[in-house]
Unconditional design. Structure first.
Length: 475
């Protein structure tokens, strides 16, 4: 199903592509890695120091090579997904703080990481796990990547996502995932197909740093897909007007996509526009205004209809500091825009507050329903001849009741079912404790944690992972 939001037409696609290619060829992109520069040079690009001028012929070849869909494997085969078919979702990456109604706002811990993976595993709308949904402040930062990965593997059997940690740590992270799949470590023992991908951020404007390129090399060597995710701040690290930021973002995505094509053409890609316009009173990051969607939605449409590649979008953010009406309206706005833009993969959309600085346990639960509601709206209604229901209307007739009609009995389960919001009468709501949605979500997240198993790993795999960590981290 194509985007329901037609911001651009074919002429606009071609204008944006031409503008992006002009930037790539004439201005160029800095790659802080000699091997990468040499690779581009060997394929005909002009290289001046670390500035690579990427010709349009290379860009177009990379786009043509990229698949529209691909399978993303899970340890539990029933949870394997096809990226590019339907809408998939993953929790967050990188919030510093965690909060709930009981303890308020505080620094995240490794236990919070585990808790958030447990919530994701129990969700009906989340089907990809991984990264670090909150930063664990209580662990050695040099060991964080493996400690977080272990908690993810212990509490989820969905497809796994990594994050940008540099070449050595990325290889260690991939080793741990391979062990969980019952394989050996190292590129030589990699699993066939996609089993762990990673998003990467360019250093806007128009740079790729050494650490990020190292992460990309580690994943590409094992044939794993890369999600190209510019987080440009219009007015600060990109043009003020949305269309200009869209051109810069497109150029940065295409530069990363072209590098990956040259390094390993078999690895899939995910086109991931995730930029915004700055809060110009302070020059700071802002996620809750319509401007964020105005930057990202049009080129998600372009990615599908012009480039024919799958898309990902950070879309559940809010600038609100607590779970209030502002948090709800901004999150619904951003998720609905992404879903109606036919985004394949929703991200940063479960519990996010304060421009991705904080994740809320209660909002995580609430946001699951927001995502489900948006998907229900995108899916639309049954338009078959039978759904016209003329026979039902004629059978009930003038002034009749549909409550006991056979048609009602056949389809009364079809309407959207609330998971955390409520539709009861005032008297019923009051008799049941007069709780608001955040209070109900507080109860639900605690129920999930209480009912979760200690681990989803078998004892041997758990032992293999622990032994590997002890060896490489010298614990």
């Amino acid at each position: 199903m194509k985007s329901l939001l037609a911001y651009l037409d074919q002429n606009d696609f071609e204008r944006i592509h031409a503008a992006s290619c002009k930037v790539l060829e004439e201005t160029g992109v800095v790659f802080h890695d000699d091997e990468v520069c040499d690779l581009f040079k060997a394929h005909g690009a002009k290289v001046e120091g670390s500035v690579v001028h990427i010709p349009r012929t290379l860009v177009d070849a990379a786009i043509k090579n990229a698949p529209r869909t691909y399978q993303y494997n899970a340890r539990n085969p029933q949870k394997t997904i096809v990226m590019g078919e339907g809408i998939h979702a993953q929790p967050n990456n990188g919030p510093v703080f965690i909060q709930d109604l009981d303890k308020g706002k505080r620094r995240g811990t490794l236990q919070d990481v585990a808790n958030l993976q447990i919530l994701a595993q129990a969700s009906d709308v989340i089907d990809v796990a991984g990264q670090h949904p909150v930063d664990p402040s209580d662990v050695d930062q040099n060991h964080k990547h493996l400690l977080v990965c272990r908690e993810t593997l212990r509490h989820s059997d969905m497809p796994i996502m990594g994050w940008d940690v540099g070449f050595e740590k990325a290889n260690q992270y991939l080793d741990l995932v391979q062990l969980a799949f019952g394989k050996g470590t190292g590129p030589e023992n990699r699993i066939e197909g996609q089993y762990c991908q990673t998003p990467v951020n360019p250093l806007s404007p128009l740079q790729w740093e050494t650490k990020t390129l190292g992460t990309m090399k580690a994943y590409l060597t094992r044939g794993q897909g890369i999600h190209y995710l510019p987080c440009i701040l219009g007015g600060v690290s990109g043009p003020m007007r949305p269309l200009g930021t869209a051109v810069l973002m497109n150029a940065e995505i295409l530069s990363g996509l072209t590098f990956a094509y040259l390094y390993n053409p078999e690895a899939p890609v995910l086109y991931s526009p995730s930029s915004s316009i700055a809060y110009m009173k302070k020059g700071t990051y802002c996620t809750g205004t319509p401007d964020m969607s105005l930057v990202n939605a049009p080129i998600m449409q372009m990615a599908h209809e012009f480039y024919e590649v799958p898309t990902r979008n950070m879309c559940g953010m809010s600038d609100a500091k607590v779970v209030d009406a502002q948090a709800g309206l901004e999150t619904m706005q951003n998720v609905l825009m992404a879903v109606m833009s036919d985004c394949d993969f929703l991200f940063e959309c479960f519990g996010v507050l304060d421009a991705i600085m904080t994740v809320s346990y209660e909002k995580h639960i609430i946001d699951e329903e927001i995502v489900a509601r948006c998907i229900a709206l995108k899916n639309g209604m049954d338009l078959s001849d039978d759904a016209l229901s003329v026979d039902v209307i004629q059978e009930v007739g003038i002034g009749g009741s549909y409550l006991d009609a056979d048609d009602t009995m056949d389809y009364f389960m079809d309407p959207f079912a609330n998971t955390i919001s409520e539709c009861e009468s005032y008297d019923t709501w009051k008799a049941e404790g007069a709780m608001d949605i955040a209070q109900r979500a507080n109860i639900e997240y605690k129920r999930r944690l209480a009912e979760a198993p200690e681990t989803l790993l078998d004892p041997q795999t758990e032992s293999d992972i622990t032994s590997y960590m002890e060896r490489v981290l010298h614990l």
